[in-house]
Structure formats: structure tokens, C-alpha cells
Design a protein around this ligand. Structure first.
Ligand SMILES: NC(=O)c1ccc[n+]([C@@H]2O[C@H](COP(=O)([O-])OP(=O)(O)OC[C@H]3O[C@@H](n4cnc5c(N)ncnc54)[C@H](OP(=O)(O)O)[C@@H]3O)[C@@H](O)[C@H]2O)c1
Length: 261
């Protein structure tokens, strides 16, 4: 990081990882621009937040102009807003549910990237918050997994269009947020065995608090830039290669031994 004050734009910063990232960067004296439906973080510091439902596509350009119109450029953009949807089989997932997940997890980001292109001010680094679900293909993660796999390709495709900006899709590992309140309580782990790993991780170091997850992301910002622009990077590849290997081998095991509903 340079000595000058850094300007950072974070979507979905009213809770979870986005709020943790906002708090961590504010502590470092950065200027934060944030957006979410709540439009409020409760954090103190150099923070400008805007209320915006990113699924209302037509309102995105006006919201971005209001939020970033006076900024001279951005050191970092974290496209973090996202939803999980319900854990269920593909056959039971309706088109409306998939569309809704895709709207927030993918297409709103397409429009934000388009807006940043026309904004025509320097943007040094863009990180799209992805997930291990983008490559794991676990039963039950249908709409979410599809959305994060598409997000990874979105990063690759936009890398061609942002020659002066480093883009990556980053899986942040397990984080104890509102998503976990659902995953650790509601769906049945007998039907969806991948839930066992998540439930066993809660309350251990394997599942970080939003504040710790934010620090982990900040610690790899430089390292991520060593990957070609457009790459998908799982933070565990960098910080916990053994944990990452375990995750990837469990993926193949669950494929060879499917559990019947
Ligand atoms: N938790 C994990 O273990 C984990 C693992 C891998 C990846 N991730 C990814 O990390 C990101 C953050 O998730 P989280 O776990 O921190 O969940 P979270 O606490 O539910 O946070 C989601 C954020 O997205 C915002 N958001 C949702 N819908 C929105 C909309 N229509 N318009 C604008 N903002 C919207 C929410 O704000 P409002 O409700 O105020 O709109 C909230 O600030 C997501 O992309 C998720 O896929 C999480």
C-alpha cells in the first residue's frame, strides 16, 4: 500500500464479510465507499454508504454516480454482495430462484464493472468475492454454485476489457456470517453431506469471523496480483495449502460416493 489515503469501494458492506472488510480498511485510514440495501454499517470513520438494491439494475448507474461521482479513482473494488439461496436439489430449484441468485451474485456485478469502465478513472484492483462452491459441485449448492462458477468466468472475460486493472475472483474460505446461521441449522446433512464439513468447522479456526476473514483477504492482496488478471484464486491455496488439498480431495470422494435422497 502507498502512503496516500486509499479509496476502496465495497458492495454488500452492511453485514458479514463486507462489513468486516469496511472495518479493517477504516482502521487503516482508508476511505470507504459502500453499498447495500440497508445502506448502513454503524461503523465510524471516512465512510460513505449508499442504499441500493443491486437487483434493481436500472438504479445502479445513478447510485454509482451518487456514491463515486467525486472520487478521483479507486485503489480497490471488492464486489462482495451476494446471497446463498436455499440448499436443495437442482430439480427442486425453480428458474425464478436461480434467476434471483444470478441477478445479485453475477449480473449486478456485470453492470458495476460496465459502469467502472465508462467511469474512466483509474481502478488499480478489482476482486469479485467468489466461493469454493464455484468448483466443488456439492449436492444442494445448485443456484449458488452456478452463480459463483459464472462469476469466475466473468472475472476472466472482464480482464480483457480492463488492461490497466488487476481482476481476480477470490474464494475467501468459510466465514461465520448470516449464511452460516442458515447452513448450520436448517438443511439436512444426511441429504447434503457437504454440510458436515461446514458444521464441524463452526467455532474452530477453519471458520473465520468476518473481522479475521477481512484481515486474511488484506494479507493476500499483493499475492493475488501475482496470478494472471482474471484468475480464480482460493485464499486457502495461499494461506492453507494442506486444508485446500483436503477440500479438493473430499470433492472427488463425494462424487464417487453419491448419497441418495
Ligand atoms: N460466509 C461464507 O462462508 C462465505 C464463503 C464463501 C463466499 N462467501 C461470499 O462472501 C460474500 C459476503 O457474504 P457473507 O457471508 O458476508 O453474507 P451476508 O452477511 O449475508 O452479507 C451479504 C451482503 O450482501 C448484501 N446484499 C445482499 N443482497 C443484496 C442486494 N440485492 N443489493 C445490495 N446488497 C445486497 C447484504 O446487504 P443488505 O442485506 O443490506 O442488502 C450484505 O451486506 C458473498 O458474495 C458470499 O457468497 C461467503
Amino acid at each position: 500500500m502507498t502512503q496516500a489515503q486509499q479509496s476502496i469501494f465495497i458492495t454488500g458492506n452492511s453485514s458479514g464479510l463486507g462489513r468486516g472488510l469496511s472495518a479493517a480498511f477504516l482502521k487503516r485510514g482508508c476511505r470507504i465507499f459502500g453499498c447495500s440495501r440497508r445502506g448502513y454499517t454503524g461503523l465510524e470513520g471516512d465512510l460513505k454508504d449508499i442504499q441500493c438494491d443491486l437487483t434493481n439494475f436500472n438504479t445502479i448507474p445513478v447510485a454509482m454516480e451518487t456514491l463515486l461521482g467525486k472520487a478521483k479513482g479507486l485503489d480497490l473494488v471488492l464486489l462482495n454482495a451476494g446471497i446463498l439461496g436455499e440448499i436443495k436439489t437442482m430439480a427442486k430449484t425453480s428458474m425464478d430462484e436461480i434467476r434471483h441468485i444470478m441477478d445479485i451474485n453475477v449480473w449486478s456485478n456485470k453492470l458495476l464493472l460496465d459502469w467502472l469502465l465508462t467511469w474512466d478513472r483509474p481502478v488499480a484492483q478489482i476482486i469479485l468475492i467468489s466461493s469454493g462452491a464455484a468448483v466443488l459441485g456439492n449436492k444442494g449448492w445448485g443456484g449458488y454454485a452456478l452463480s459463483k462458477a459464472t462469476l469466475n468466468m466473468l472475472a476472466q472475460l472482464y480482464a480483457h476489457e480492463f488492461p490497466d486493472t488487476h481482476i481476480s475472483a477470490l474464494a475467501p474460505g468459510l466465514i461465520d456470517t448470516a449464511m452460516m446461521d442458515y447452513l448450520c441449522v436448517e438443511p439436512d446433512p444426511v441429504v447434503y453431506p457437504a454440510l458436515n464439513r461446514i458444521r464441524n468447522a463452526r467455532g474452530t479456526d477453519v471458520m473465520a469471523s468476518p473481522d479475521i476473514a477481512a484481515e486474511r483477504i488484506i494479507s493476500v492482496l499483493e499475492e493475488v496480483r501475482r496470478f494472471p488478471s482474471g484468475s480464480f484464486v482460493d485464499i486457502r491455496q495461499i494461506l492453507e495449502p494442506e486444508e485446500y488439498q483436503k477440500l479438493m480431495s473430499a470433492r472427488h470422494q463425494s462424487r464417487s460416493a453419491p448419497v441418495k435422497e
